[in-house]
Design a protein around this ligand. Sequence first.
Ligand SMILES: [Zn+2]
Ligand SMILES: [Zn+2]
Length: 358
Amino acid sequence: MPYFEYTGHLHIHSTFSDGKGSVPQIAAAAREAGLDFIGITDHNTLAAREQGLEGWHGGVLVIVGTELNTAKNHYLAFGVSEPVPPSDADPQKVIDAVAAQGGFGYLAHPLEQGNPAFQDGCAFPWDQWEVKGFSGLEIWNFCSLWRSAFRKSWQALFWYFADPYRPARFPAPGGLALFDRLSRERPVCVYVGSDAHALSWGKGPLKVTFFPYRFLFRTLNVHLLLEAPLAEDAAAARAQLLGALRRGQFFCCSDYLQQGRGFRFSAFNAACGEVGMGGRLAHTPDTVLRVSSPSSRSVIRIIKNGRLAYQGKQKSLAFKVLKPGVFRVEVYRHSLLGADLPWIYSNPIYVTAGSGKC
Ligand SMILES: [Zn+2]
Ligand SMILES: [Zn+2]
């Protein structure tokens, strides 16, 4: 099935909350980084949308969501047009209010640990696990992982200049296991982002901006696979983009390790045809998963119901599905010198018990 692939970055703060860039500046940085779209998510405000900044900015589509709540239970909401009152203590109320507007959202940095050496150890994890109705989890948040990586500020400074990717090269511990548990109960999506703020330190010529937007936009991105090109009309393009983000028609990729454009994961059988990520397929004996990676240095893992079902160093594969289950793919980038590093996380495909209905 031919797809139209669009690369974007989610979870970005602008001057409408505690970020240091204006929306046009951020869109320009996205263009420099080669992105097709970005999701602005300022804290508890839709000001960027209210001021008419949603839409096309010279080839980059800007969509405006919001990061709701303050001290904990941060919820990244998209597809809302009216302000949503935050409620740290009752995030179900927030999830429901977003859904009532036809929007959706996911849990931001839900397993954040914080760091006693940084901001007095303050962290913003999710602590209400009985909630329902959210679309997924942010499994890999670049700046959140950085915040918890060091106990001494000199270590942070050293690695910032020596190898800025190193402290965030793995997703949050426990996040994927949590995702796998949730995905066996109902469809959910994995998301990644950077929590970009572009905070600066110092003054005048000595001012240093830590993690400028254009750097972060080359790290943890989402790659949407659409059936049709994004519309020129901004409202129609927004609807296409939000639909794909809600349904899980995308994969998450560390484009810092290597640009992941071209990765594909689908399921096929003769009765139902081909289904992509986020989709469902009724099981038949001829069902196969198809995986294709843009790199020959790929170690492909197939995860079925949270367990490793296959692993191999190869560029593509067809995997026969013997029984129904929730299938997702992880691709590691093989290293000759060190450990293989996580590169791509697909969203799941749900192969259901065969009932004749595709
Ligand atoms: Zn947050
Ligand atoms: Zn944030």
